[in-house]
Design a protein around this ligand. Structure first.
Ligand code: FEO
Length: 403
């Protein structure tokens, strides 16, 4: 049975939720599920914005048919070719033989890569600032390369002032009956998953996201309709300002994220002592055991906090395996402009700290503090002063100092 929601008087959400998916894109856990959003505009012409993942295809097709109410489908706008949004193209073409695909040239090439049917005669290719008249609604297309694939474009409805934003402004999590961000306690329940979504999916492409935000700033936007997560119709500035920070790699909060890798608890002990002494100075801390917490959560937290501490035992003469994997992920996501401190541990040859420094030196604008703490097997009383010195070095870099 269909399950849709009204977005406006002539726009219907026809997407679907998946709560059985274990790993989004094969790598990101989604304990709260995920939504695949698709929107159907009913005007003199009918326009469908994107399709959904194959896992929820059946419900999506029911929703589209219900939304059309017996009308034919005139246009399918393909904004993004990643299969979580494009898996239904063939089914839509089969069910609605008169439909025209509206997409850009890069998208057309990708349709041919993913699919094996004749498509040239069924495509209307658009480029930057091209428009499509649906009747009362005038749609304008803006290219958004690398947010999050090279072919991505977004669509602005000049009539209702809606931005169909593709992957931008998305969020992990099934919608659970709600559609609008103002229907849920967004800051409390969904901001962490929004940050985790942005930083892991698009975080590497900050300049490209900033370029899209620049284009959007020239538009009068009353509503944002992304391909995952909630529709924004109130307080748009809240979510836009977060994306401005994330895309420019500026921290949201002053505080220290401490990520540690510890085999027998001694490196953890050093990290815990550091956290306690930072709290004594009134500095916020958040800690992660990299062997327990998925890398996507730590990458997300690294984008949130101003200061990062990495503490790792030495393993195979290098960085402990879970720490090395997480750091590779973090560096690949272009983390930059952070103050960093390093703790290493080793029972016969501590080398992990130097390797961590070498990895992070590849990042832009990193202030890697001197005075790495090097532990031999376990923290001794004589080393507490060194931890105290690290606290002072970190505190000295806080704006206005710590208390
Ligand atoms: Fe939700 Fe880049 O696809």
């Amino acid at each position: 049975m269909h399950c849709t929601r009204k977005v406006t008087n002539n726009l219907i959400w026809v997407g679907a939720n998946d709560r059985r998916l274990a790993m989004f894109e094969g790598v990101y856990s989604v304990p709260g599920g995920v939504s695949y959003n698709s929107y159907l505009l009913l005007d003199q012409k009918t326009v469908l914005f994107d399709t959904v993942d194959k896992a929820v295809q059946h419900r999506f097709l029911e929703n589209v048919a219900h939304g059309l109410g017996g009308r034919d489908l005139d246009y399918l706008v393909v904004q993004h070719m990643e299969p979580d949004h494009s898996a239904g193209i063939k089914e839509i073409l089969d069910l609605y033989p008169g439909v025209k695909i509206v997409c850009n040239a890069k998208t057309l090439a990708m349709i041919k890569q993913f699919h094996d049917f004749e498509v040239d005669s069924r495509v209307h290719v658009v480029k930057e600032n091209d428009t499509l008249e649906a009747g009362k609604h005038r749609l304008e297309f803006f290219m958004a390369p690398m947010v999050h694939w090279p072919e991505v474009m977004v669509t602005y409805d000049h009539t209702d002032k809606i931005l169909f934003s593709a992957d931008a402004f998305g969020c992990f999590g099934a919608l659970n009956g709600a559609l609008f961000a103002d229907e849920v306690a967004f800051e409390r329940d969904y901001m962490d998953e929004t940050r985790r979504y942005y930083t892991n999916i698009v975080g590497k492409y900050g300049p490209q996201t900033a370029a899209l935000l620049g284009k959007a700033s020239g538009l009068d936007i009353k509503m944002i309709c992304p391909l995952h997560g909630f529709v924004w119709r109130e307080n748009l500035g809240d979510i836009i300002s977060k994306h401005v920070l994330w895309s420019s790699y500026q921290p949201e909060d002053q505080g220290v994220m401490i990520a540690y890798a510890s085999i027998y608890g001694n490196t953890e002990n050093a990290a815990e002592i550091l956290a306690c002494r930072l709290r004594d100075r009134g500095i916020k801390t958040q800690m992660f055991d990299v062997s327990v917490t998925p890398a996507s959560e730590i990458v997300s937290a690294a984008f949130r906090w101003s200061h990062l501490v990495f503490a790792s035992t030495t393993y195979n003469n290098g960085i402990f395996v879970t720490m090395e994997a997480m750091l590779s992920d973090l560096v690949a996501h272009n983390i930059q402009s952070r103050t960093v401190a390093i703790i290493e541990n080793g029972s016969w040859a501590a080398t992990s700290g130097g390797h961590i420094r070498a990895m992070l030196e590849k990042c832009k604008n990193m202030n890697i503090l001197e005075g790495m703490l090097s532990v031999k097997s376990s923290v001794k009383a004589a080393q507490l002063a060194e931890i105290g010195a690290m606290v002072e070095a970190i505190a000295a870099t806080f704006p206005g100092g710590a208390r």
